[in-house]
Design a protein around this ligand. Structure first.
Ligand code: ADP
Ligand code: ZN
Length: 752
């Protein structure tokens, strides 16, 4: 029996529990354990304590015989065993908090599902529905206009509620309408325009999809080799990591399934991490058909479902856990295998404290628990590729598609060389031609544009100014169907001006393209085709994402336009054309990962074409037809891209050749922000460490967000030890209090 699994008891009575609380403060706090308290707490238990005058829930991380401070409060209550954090997870969290510069309290909390963070109380779920007689578009618009002036948030919520069909979960409406409280919904209720009702979360229908037969297909020789390597490593039962580098359609999932089977047969459990948007019923069904004892963790579970799943996982009732990023903390009792599919995906990095990268956590957890980890991708992150080159990960290759399916034929369309068009179009003539032919053959096409909304900017034809967000330094995006201008950073929304807010000239023009405009163009150009759009504007409500995919899969749609949501894991044999409307969206970003992101997106989207013997074609529209990232993606040549890119990273000393800490300093006033940033730099310099390469402070590429001016300092180090010192120093020495905000981001995935 592994002793780390056995929670330590708090004996004898009267000792002091060290409790980690979810605040950015590093140390734990001492609380007295009254001998009358029942049950007595153990390490890992969640306990209720008073902290700064408020009742809070924290995690017991140890016991001491004497407290650090004189005045010690009592532990109030020990919460149920269902929220206890197992020993190995505490150890993992300790590592995460040190590596990523967060407090242990924050990290432990992130390792629990939200309802357990709050002490296992399951909230009843509020639903809202329209309570008005005239639900017609005109009727709603009239109401919206009437309340818009005095209560813009209420107006927005009302309009969105009408748009999604008149009834939805309250939290969905809050999310879609960017409301930070439910005050506006209460207001609408008081006005008698909507009704709010509360229901207990209903268990979700689990689709018992048996699309794939439960008996596994015979492996290809390449798959066999990969599985054998993993099997060998498992039998040796020493932790080991693999990078499964396989082109799209090469059968990586089958390798995961077989490896999981090995783990389960050995009496252990497996965890599979996939990007949230790849967690489709299609994906889940493939795992469920082999492992009926499965738990699927995704953001749309109700709280009750989440708590139940957690309970089944910790009791060992579940063989395989499939989930997004946070499933890395799933408390399986005997971890055998960790799989991370699409390991290059930026969504594996958490964007709030603790800002961990699930890939690093996965590797660490495997090491701590003696498990195997498989990172899989058709376009591995440079970090993993270099780790494989250096022998930290074993490289497994699947260079061919299963069944000899060929990679699609690709062509680049240079947007700069196309003849001038008075009315700009997102679809070039060759693109239209290919769509036309695809439709004629009765096949399907996927079109990809990583930008939602109708137009990028609304520009005045007289002064050339575009309408800016009031709180952020970005242009507002026109969403034409909603008839609104939207800030994609903070959610601010306003009506579309008929004259320029800057010079008052009439005639604003919509420039640039978003998915909404492409959808419109498709409908106009191909009136007979059935068109759907998939982006976060059309998939707000529960089930809508799945519905669009299901309709497309059944052949009830011909053309699908979408954002990166459609880039992942979709496997539709009748798709023979993939069109990339504009491949350059991430190339122009001032971010060292721009080229890598572009390569990955183009290569992944291209992989959606020709998944059957009908073959396929990919058309890439770009203004930079000679960019190495685009050329390599089109030639399906990962290694060529990596070679060039790694050389550049090495010369400029960026990850994976250095580690990077981003310190973001923000303040409502620009001058004060700048001054604080300068002070942070001085404090870093005063540590006198020559190995820290400090860049900045400089204004961020997006200098203002949500009414705060933003500055950043980047610190690079080459050695792991130096970096650890740096993070630890920064955690304790550069954090300040409101109204300044200082955040640390280790290995950031974005520098905007
Ligand atoms: P990847 O995850 O690498 O993109 P998939 O695992 O989705 O690839 O496999 C592509 C297709 O090939 C799937 O439809 C899968 O069912 C099928 N497939 C995988 N391995 C085999 C095999 N050994 N024999 C027959 N079909 C297979
Ligand atoms: Zn904004």
């Amino acid at each position: 029996m592994d002793t780390a699994q056995e929670p330590q008891r708090s004996s004898p009575h009267g000792e002091f529990a060290r409790v980690a609380i979810s605040v950015p403060v590093l140390r734990g706090f001492h609380y007295r354990v009254p001998s009358t308290l029942s049950p007595q707490p153990m390490v890992g238990d969640r306990v209720r304590v008073f902290f700064r005058g408020r009742s809070r829930i924290g995690t017991v991380i140890g016991f001491d015989s004497a407290p650090e401070v004189e005045r010690v409060l009592d532990v109030q209550e020990v919460l149920g065993i269902e929220s206890r954090i197992p020993g190995p997870i505490i150890e993992l969290c300790r590592w995460v908090s040190e590596k990523f510069g967060a407090s242990l309290g924050e990290t432990l909390e992130a390792a629990l599902p939200p309802p357990l963070r709050r002490g296992g109380k399951i909230r009843r779920i509020a639903h809202v529905s329209l309570d008005v007689e005239d639900r017609s578009e005109g009727g709603i618009r009239e109401l919206v206009e009437k309340i818009e002036k005095r209560a813009p948030k209420q107006a927005r919520a009302l309009r969105i509620l009408a748009q999604v069909g008149g009834s939805a979960e309250e939290r969905e409406i809050r999310r879609l309408a960017h409301l930070d409280s439910n005050q506006p919904l209460r207001g609408l209720e008081t006005k008698g325009l909507i009704r709010r009702i509360f229901v207990e979360g209903e268990p979700e229908e689990v689709a018992g999809d048996s699309a794939e037969q439960a008996s596994p297909p015979p492996l290809t020789a390449e798959q066999e080799l990969a599985v054998a390597s993993v099997r060998l490593a498992m039998r040796r039962s020493r932790p080991q990591g693999f990078l499964l580098f396989g082109v799209t359609g090469s059968g990586k999932t089958e390798v995961y399934l077989r490896a999981l089977q090995e783990a389960v047969q050995a009496g252990k459990q497996g965890i599979v991490l996939v990007p949230e948007i790849a967690l489709t019923p299609q994906t889940v069904a493939r795992f469920r058909s082999r492992f009926p004892r499965i738990a699927v963790l995704h953001s749309r579970l109700t709280e009750r479902e989440r708590v139940q799943a957690w309970g089944r996982i910790r009791s060992g009732e579940v063989d395989v856990v499939v989930g997004a990023r946070s499933a890395i903390f799933a408390p399986v009792p005997k971890l055998g295998l960790l799989v991370m599919d699409e390991e290059h995906e930026p969504s594996f990095k958490q964007q709030s404290p603790p800002r961990y990268h699930a890939r690093d956590v996965a590797r660490k957890r495997a090491e701590l628990e003696g498990a195997i980890v498989i990172l899989g991708s058709a376009t591995p992150s440079l970090e993993s590729f270099v780790a494989a080159q250096q022998g930290e990960l074993s490289l497994l290759r699947l260079p061919n598609r299963v069944g000899g399916g060929v990679l699609p034929e690709t062509a680049i369309l240079d947007l700069g060389s196309l003849p001038f068009q008075k009315v700009p179009s997102a679809l070039s003539a060759p693109m239209k031609e290919q769509i036309h032919r695809t439709l004629q053959r009765g096949e399907q096409a996927i079109l990809f544009l990583n930008r939602r909304g109708f137009a990028r900017v609304n520009v005045c034809m007289a002064c050339r100014e575009s309408v800016q967000c009031q709180d952020c330094s970005v242009s507002l995006v026109l969403h034409r169907r909603a008839g609104r201008l939207l800030c994609h950073l903070c959610g601010h929304e306003q009506s579309v001006p008929t004259q320029c807010p800057n010079c008052e000239a009439p005639g604003m023009r919509a420039l640039g393209f978003g998915t909404e405009r492409v959808e419109e163009e498709l409908r106009r150009n191909f009136p007979q085709a059935r068109v759907a759009r998939m982006d976060s504007d059309t998939t707000g409500t529960r089930g809508s994402h799945e519905r669009i995919l299901a309709d497309f899969g059944k052949g009830e749609l011909d053309l699908l336009i979408g954002t990166q949501m459609i880039a992942k894991g979709l496997d539709f044999p009748r798709v023979t054309l993939v069109g990339i409307i504009f491949a350059d969206t991430s190339l122009s970003l001032p971010d060292y990962r721009g080229a890598e992101r572009t390569f990955q997106l183009v290569a992944q989207v291209a992989g959606r074409a020709g998944r059957s013997d009908r073959g396929g074609r990919v058309l890439v529209q770009t203004f930079q037809p000679h960019h190495p990232a685009i050329l390599a993606a089109v030639e399906h040549d990962y290694e060529k891209f990596v070679k060039g890119e790694l050389q550049e990273r090495q010369e400029t000393l960026y990850p994976p050749f250095a580690q990077l800490l981003r310190i973001l300093i923000s303040h409502p006033e620009e001058e004060r922000g700048k001054q604080t940033a300068q002070e942070v730099r001085e404090r870093l310099e005063s540590a006198g460490r020559v190995s820290w390469g400090i860049l900045g402070p400089a204004a961020c590429p997006i200098p203002r967000v949500r009414g705060r001016s933003r500055f950043q300092i980047l610190v690079k180090t080459e050695k792991e030890d130096d970096f650890r010192d740096l993070v630890s120093y920064a955690r304790s020495r550069v954090m300040t209090s409101a109204p300044v905000r200082v955040t640390l981001d280790v290995d950031p995935v974005s520098l905007l």
